[in-house]
Ligand binder design. Structure first.
Ligand SMILES: Nc1ncnc2c1ncn2[C@@H]1O[C@H](COP(=O)(O)OP(=O)(O)O)[C@@H](O)[C@H]1O
Ligand SMILES: CC(=O)N[C@@H](CCC(=O)OP(=O)(O)O)C(=O)O
Length: 304
């Protein structure tokens, strides 16, 4: 009986030990995890996501969740008779649309994730970038065909105050952040792309890793013609590739570049449709998606 129990337990022990190098490297480190709206496809997946995040927390890391909700916002806007339009990968956000964006992100998606995480204990606390001046933004006017274009209440982050998030982390909590920013000057709020917000927060928090969970396996080399995933890229290689990217991948990869150019050791784009994708990333040496690393320093001393 004891022997049988030992036999079934041994592989489990081995699996835990395999994760030891990753866990040792990341102990006490901040990991920013962006959960995209497109990856939140079913209840099981969301529950597995919450389990992974709580696992990281109990393993001694400091996870911070930044969530999206693009499809959920589009559905709500549709119900309000507002048509969704995207320019340069960003939602054109009128005053009316902004109310809906805020209601869906802070009132629905964030609440749901906080609830799922808190099934495991009093861990998660939700906030938006408005809280405690976490994110301050100014109106973003992206350049399209060389001309700045007005896309409404879309924000470009100008300042980050990490105080509230750091206090929560120090208290052992898991902050869950909605990508809405306050404005410095006009008493309004701004809609910020969640990838951009996650990357900016990862850099400001001095995070070890940024993990972006989405609805593809990673960055495809020749999308949409092939499903060959680029497994590893340096910052300079990614910079060259940026002009060729389209739609949702633009803010995602720009965010990864910003993160690794500003002190984050690795930025990863992984398939959030795969159950326990965060833990899979830990248990496989090279990871399962696309990993962006800083450029090698000329003296060969630094990353990667
Ligand atoms: N080179 C590429 N590799 C992978 N996906 C790409 C690429 N270029 C564009 N995409 C698109 O980007 C989408 C992911 O971005 P997005 O829809 O904003 O997801 P999320 O809700 O996770 O932020 C993919 O589903 C795909 O349609
Ligand atoms: C300005 C802008 O485009 N904001 C996004 C915010 C949500 C988001 O980014 O969600 P995903 O990560 O699921 O795409 C939007 O309104 O859809």
């Amino acid at each position: 009986m004891t022997t049988t129990r030992k036999h079934t337990a041994l592989p489990k022990a081995r699996i835990l030990v395999e994760a030891l190098p990753w866990l040792t490297r990341h102990h006490g480190k901040t990991v920013v995890i962006k959960f995209g709206g497109n990856a939140m496809v079913d209840e099981e997946l969301k529950a597995a996501f919450a389990q992974d995040v709580v696992f990281l927390r109990h393993a001694g890391l400091k996870p911070v969740v930044v969530h999206g909700g693009g499809p959920q916002i589009s559905r709500a806007l549709d119900r309000h008779g507002i048509v969704s339009e995207f320019r340069a990968g960003l939602r054109v956000t009128t005053e009316d649309a902004m109310d809906v964006v805020r209601m869906v992100l802070a009132g629905q998606v964030q609440r749901e994730l906080v609830g799922l995480l808190n099934r495991h204990g009093p861990l998660a606390v939700g906030l938006t970038g408005e809280d405690a001046h976490t994110l301050t933004a100014t109106r973003h006017r992206p350049e399209i065909d060389g001309e700045p274009v007005d896309i409404g209440r879309v924000g470009e982050i100008t300042d980050i105050d990490t105080g509230a998030i750091e206090a929560l982390l120090a208290d052992g909590r898991i902050p869950v952040v909605s990508s809405i920013a306050r404005s410095q000057d006009d008493h309004h709020v701004y809609n910020v792309n969640a990838d951009t917000a996650a990357a900016a927060l990862a850099a400001a928090l001095g995070a070890e890793t940024l993990m972006v969970l989405t609805d593809v396996e990673g960055l495809y080399e020749d999308w949409p013609n092939s499903d060959e995933v680029i497994s590893r890229l340096t910052a300079s290689q990614l910079e060259k590739l940026l002009p060729e990217l389209s739609s949702g991948m633009v803010p995602k990869m720009e965010g990864c570049l910003h993160a690794v150019r500003n002190g984050v050791t690795t930025a990863r784009v992984i398939d959030g449709r795969v159950q326990h994708s965060i833990l899979l990333e830990i248990f496989t040496d090279e990871g399962i998606g696309t990993m962006v690393v800083p450029d090698e320093k000329p003296d060969g001393q630094g990353e990667p």
